[in-house]
Design a protein around this ligand. Sequence first.
Ligand code: APR
Length: 174
Amino acid sequence: MTRVKLLQGDITTAEVDAIVNAANEVMLGGGGVDGAIHRAAGPALLAACREVPQVSGVRCPTGEARITAAGALKARFVIHTVGPRYGIDANPAQLLADAYRSTYRLALEHGCSRLAIPAISCGVYGYPLDEAARIALGVSLEDEFNSLEMAFYLFGEEIYTIWETVLAEYKAGT
Ligand code: APR
């Protein structure tokens, strides 16, 4: 369980193999953690995103992940993933789980073992925090991802406490 850590803070300060970004399908930046990551990474990240092939404007469909260089961030890569818009996209629970799984599989494919991860879909995309925590931590603790060291960077006291409670439940096997 120690391979999954919860931290309260700004993900752009992480020194890891890959920083995970809560992006949108266009993948050219935005608000929230996406905006923070692009600000900290600098224009090189946006340039790298523009290189990602797009199909009628979509670079990363919801539930999938794409990997780019990390610009000025203290990481080798940024893994951009797109979570569901709660109340808009169908099957949000499945799509949120897919976003985390796609992210972790891409990390493994690129030899990344240390990841910094935000709470995907928990801001602009409006996912209820406790449900999102169960899905995120449930996927994170799957055996397939045992070799990954995951640091969740949670922004604020409320969400940190919710995730801490859910992680404790998983540890207790409840
Ligand atoms: N570090 C860590 N977490 C952060 C940071 C930060 N610097 N800034 C915001 N967060 C948190 C939010 O508080 C929320 O808990 O990241 C979580 C995800 O929220 P959003 O960034 O709004 O992402 P999401 O809900 O997935 O919506 C994605 O928002 O910013 C746009 O371009 C993005 O269109 C996309 C959409």
